[in-house]
Design a protein around this ligand. Sequence first.
Ligand code: ADP
Ligand code: MG
Length: 262
Amino acid sequence: MGRVIVVTSGKGGVGKTTTTANVGGALTTLGKKVLLVDMDVGLRNLDLVMGLENRVVYTFMDVLEGRCTAEQAMVKEKHAGGALMLLAASQLHNKQDLDLDKVKEAVAALSTEFDYVFLDSPAGIEHGFEASSAPAEQALIVVTPDVTSVRDADRVIGLLENKGVRNCSLIVNKYDRTLIERKKQLTSDDIVDVLGTELVGVVPEDKAILDATNRGDILVLSQSTPAAAAYLEIACRLEGDETNFSALSTGHSLLSLFWRQK
Ligand code: ADP
Ligand code: MG
């Protein structure tokens, strides 16, 4: 059975979809087979971030409602040699249409074919969040260094604990060292102190992310930049590598090494 991980936050626009695509992509560079499921029904984005929007025929909702098989609905990412697959969200339904039992059953069946299944949660704490977290054994909480994001993350961590998802890890995204130095952002230590949750990675603010998204490429599979190095570090940590290397130094050279070997 593969690991089922929900990527969530409470707040919108903090980087859940970007994180799902890049952490999933980074795991394929470590030899893992990964499925990404877009749970943002009605507002799908993951297909765009992966550059697969023109290849989507069926959606996860079609699988849940029996209109096709999961194999028919899954779309293969183009740079990962078949190791990275997407199940897109329906644009025509709304989040209330997700049947929790069917979602759990379908994800459990899919997890037998992959090392990792990531569920890209919508913003909010309503039904879409419920459906994304119901099948998960683990959560990656994406938070940006501002008080509103941290407060929402705190609420989400409490809700996940109530549901029995106790394995929560934090990703601090859009970290900007110049703002931290000017004391205009919370530090990752501040955030860990407030939330009392293990930190699994810090991803810097990186313009290359938007450029990659606009090209339809997953950053970590197309370029070696500081954010790409941070995603690779997160993937290593998920794989149990507890080495305390810095995302912006050793991680960066690790990624360069990976690109030289390709
Ligand atoms: P969410 O899924 O939480 O709504 P997205 O992943 O869609 O958030 O990201 C929201 C916006 O922030 C997108 O334009 C994305 O390109 C941008 N973004 C995400 N992470 C970073 C980062 N580390 N540096 C710069 N831009 C980022
Ligand atoms: Mg999103």
